[in-house]
Design a binder for this molecule. Sequence first.
Ligand code: IMP
Length: 208
Amino acid sequence: MRRLTENKLVIASHNQGKIRELKTLLDPLGYTLLTAADLDLPEPEETGLTFEENARLKAVAAATASQLPSLADDSGLAVDGLNGAPGIYSARWAAPERDFGLAMERVYKELQSTSPHNPTARFVSVICLAWPDGHVEYFRGEVEGAIVWPPRGDQGFGYDPIFQPDGFDITFGEMSADQKHGWTLGQEQALSHRARAFKRFAEECLEG
Ligand code: IMP
């Protein structure tokens, strides 16, 4: 495992929800953060067939263009009754208008017609850290839960209002950012998929 010795890092994302979450996680650690938008980096097409491949495409493109270590997250909602869909296509289900109201309705309707009694699902996040020389490291985080209907809560982003993590009676959409990541739960384990992947990254890769 290569450790990160530089204190400047690019967040290779154009997704404001993710950038906000990653900044919340990285800011306290004292890193100088630049985003793909700050550097005017193009958004590579996500042609991979796994979360790992897509995270790598984004991280390597940013590291090559910026000549700085770059961190990308590829994530999505995997619903068991839909054979893991929308999965790596989670953002695309909301395209072209990025309408997550419609995307959430599609999840619910398809689940109703295929597997109405099986609401189990998980959020998956794979963080890829790429260096300008092409070296990469991966960190995966998952959180188990269930699809609920109707959507509840207006915090967070994407599919948060229809995802209720196991052990809670509120959705990610009803949680504050601190609650969603698990920092206020008084538990060692992070809660959200991204916070879990991030925790691995911090433990295995950061100095200190
Ligand atoms: P991508 O990783 O940029 O391809 O997009 C991931 C998509 O998965 C997002 O646009 C959201 O639709 C969904 N997603 C990923 N993480 C979360 C989350 O924490 N809450 C809600 N939706 C998420």
